[in-house]
Design a protein around this ligand. Sequence first.
Ligand code: NDP
Length: 290
Amino acid sequence: MSKQSVTVIGLGPMGQAMVGAFLAAGHRVTVWNRTASKADELVAKGAVLAPTVADALAANELIVLSLTDYEAMYTILEPAAASLSGKVIANLSSDTPDKARAAAEWAAGHGARHLTGGVQCPPSGIGQEGSITFYSGPKEAVDAHAETLKVLTDIDFRGEDAGLAALYYQIQMDMFWTAMLSWLHALAVADANGITAEEFLPYAQSTMSSLPNFMAFYAGRIDKGEHPGDVDKLAMGVASVEHIVHTAENAGIDPSLPAAVLDVFKRGMTAGHAGDSFTSLIEVFKKSAS
Ligand code: NDP
């Protein structure tokens, strides 16, 4: 059986990698990009450059979007919306859950089905084993195109709510950026003390790889709303974070990142959690949002 042909709109680093993976797997690929020259190398490898967005949509049922954000999708697709009927839009651009839900409604209004995708790898991970993408939206549409979408990454279907894939993507990124900035901050303090990133690397890796065990220990307690101070106490944590802030200041390094952490710890103390675990700080976050 011949492989499903597919349209890819958006040829940034991610879209380029996706088209490359489809071509390598023997799929016919139609592409469109605002800056048409970005298609040159892909066309040389066999991709077909559609002259217009409407042509790109008309070429295939499955339309993969890889754009900076959802606003770019409306900019591109709105003028060609008459060609959307019957299409499945696998939107692998990242944005907020609310934007994903609105896009699903917008697509349905034009007779198309919208799949939200949250890619969990860099462009180099596309087409590689072990990479995954969160998907949400109509399951039958994911299932119908699973074989083709799996050329890019494995599928982790999160549910029918269009926002779910975007939500999982964003909460992963919430952790990723905060963790990576904590590393950069530690490196700035290390550098001020003559320690290079390479020298610190095994210790940084050791700290990061200890985190899964802490998460596994605390997750069940957090779900139950229990924060007993049997293993750690917030009051102890405050002293620890104060030491980190002072170490940064003494090294002449901007302490704003650990100072923000200290502020949350102190708010937990004020809220009466001194004898509880640091996990009680989740209650501080929840109250801040309401
Ligand atoms: P880029 O921001 O480089 O891709 C931008 C694409 O969107 C280009 O095709 C660009 O067109 C197009 N675009 C942006 N704004 C507009 C607009 N107003 N009108 C028309 N076209 C527009 O992103 P990547 O390729 O790196 O990533 C694509 C998506 O994948 C993003 O949502 C990103 O968050 C997500 N992602 C990226 C990862 C990565 O490591 N790169 C990892 C995981 C997810 P033009 O070429 O003309 O500028």
